[in-house]
Design a protein around this ligand. Structure first.
Ligand code: GDP
Length: 424
């Protein structure tokens, strides 16, 4: 396969980072095409354990070129800190293996500030933002009120542009929220502190990718959040502010002519959801606590306990469809090993009517899950590497999910480490 996208099928945290880390062996280039540092991809490999926020997960592989595409929310401060952290553990990061698109827009200090101010204003109606400035950033990008990374290479123009932007942004900070305006010198100082550091990594990555494509290189496109958080197809407004789906990968990566040959959708063997918004299959009480503990379900970026539930076949089938997934990686099957009977959400009841269609976001508030049970296997499967060695009940669980969601499950993950995988 030439071009592959790895995407989340559900609410995120499905284990995409772990899958990209595994698959990068077969690819020359890994591109992050959307989102910012508001999620965390956990990767465990020979260098240690990492929660990657902005860096593409191919950063650990020798010879792989990692690209931050034009679709990402490029936060120079967080990116630089992350680069320091990762390179501090012995992972080389140079302009040879990390390239930042000159067309990526910069997430600026006021984006984080405005994110916090708006969530505070909303109080108990808040969206559950990670307060990383992503929503204010994308709003400004579409208003053409941010800075492109390539502008860092034109310092005189940049100074003037910043001045104009700040004058405009301070109107909101002072007028709407009644806060103190940001001083231009502080803004310039922030640029000196962080943007200068990432400057050597900025280049025309579109050109690089076109050359790579013409040279027959294999490209992996990495999504940051799951389908249900996609701005257009997710559980709006509890979505992220960009398109996480595979169809956006060519646009956000800087290679609009790319044809994606394979879309690998990552699905967790049960459901989790961080933050606010409808989560139809949510479990509560002791049952939820047991699953949360078994799966160590706490956010990689925020440490927040994740909401948990059984696998949601209605949402997953929808996720598979909007991603146009051609292959599924089912992760964390090992976590279910303690269960005698495994709950699965097979349908929803919406206003008294059973359905297997994923409803319009507003209707999700009134949806109730229909839960059925499959037999558990109740033994440790984390050492299993071959399909034939999986207990029959575990095989049945996988094939049942496969049949229900309408897509082949080609990978079954039974542990967080790189090699804890069964390839079918
Ligand atoms: P991502 O954002 O989609 O990459 O997912 P996260 O990194 O937020 O969450 C996935 C978590 O599950 C991480 O802690 C991984 O180390 C862990 N993980 C991934 N696959 C498996 C698996 O098959 N079994 C177990 N037990 N843990 C896994």
């Amino acid at each position: 396969m030439g071009n592959t996208a790895i995407v989340g099928i559900n609410w995120g945290d499905e284990g995409k980072g772990r899958m990209v880390d595994l698959l990068t062996e077969d690819y020359d280039i890994v591109v992050r095409y959307q989102g910012g540092g508001n999620a965390g991809h956990t990767v465990i490999n020979e260098y240690g354990k990492f929660a990657l926020h902005l860096l593409p997960s191919g950063i650990f592989r020798k010879g792989v070129v990692n690209i931050l595409g034009n679709g990402v929310a490029l936060d120079p401060e967080n990116l630089w800190k992350e680069m320091q952290e990762v390179s501090g553990k012995g992972v080389p990061i140079t302009p040879e293996n990390l390239k930042i698109s000159d067309r990526a827009s910069l997430l600026l200090p006021w984006h984080r500030e405005l994110d916090c101010l708006e969530e505070n204003r909303l109080k108990d109606r808040k969206y559950g933002s990670t307060k990383q400035g992503i929503a204010p950033f994308y709003s400004d990008k579409y208003q053409k009120k941010t800075i492109l990374a390539g502008e860092l290479l034109h310092p005189e123009h940049l100074k003037e542009h910043l001045k104009d932007l700040l004058e405009w942004k301070n109107l909101t900070i002072t007028g709407v929220y009644g806060e103190t305006p940001i001083a231009l010198d502080d803004l310039y100082a922030w640029f000196d502190d962080y943007c200068e550091k990432i400057k050597p990594f900025i280049c025309n990555t579109g050109l690089f990718l076109r050359d790579a494509q013409n040279g027959g290189k294999k490209i992996l496109f990495e999504a940051q959040l799951g389908a249900l958080r996609d701005l257009d197809y997710g559980i709006y407004p509890y979505t992220t502010s960009s398109n996480a789906i595979a169809a956006y990968a060519p646009v956000g990566s800087g290679l609009p002519s790319a044809k994606i040959d394979e879309v690998i959708g990552v699905v967790k063997a049960y459901s989790t959801c961080v933050g606010e918004g409808p989560f139809v299959c949510e479990m509560f009480g002791e049952e939820a606590e047991a699953l949360r503990t078994a799966g160590a379900e706490y956010g990689a970026k925020t440490g927040r306990p994740r909401r948990v539930g059984p696998i949601d076949l209605v949402a997953t089938r929808y996720g598979v469809q909007v991603q146009a997934a051609t292959n599924i990686a089912l992760t964390k099957l090992d976590v279910l090993s303690y269960m005698e009977k495994i709950p699965v959400c097979t349908r929803y009841v919406v206003d008294g009517v059973e359905t297997d269609e994923f409803p319009f976001p507003t209707a999700l508030q009134n949806a109730r899950p229909v839960v059925e049970y499959l037999d558990g296997w109740q033994c440790d499967i984390s050492g299993v590497r071959r399909w034939e060695e999986l207990p029959a009940a575990a095989q049945r669980y996988v094939t049942y999910v496969e049949q229900q969601i309408g897509c082949r499950i080609g990978y079954v993950s039974v542990g967080p480490e790189r090699d804890s995988i069964i390839i079918r």
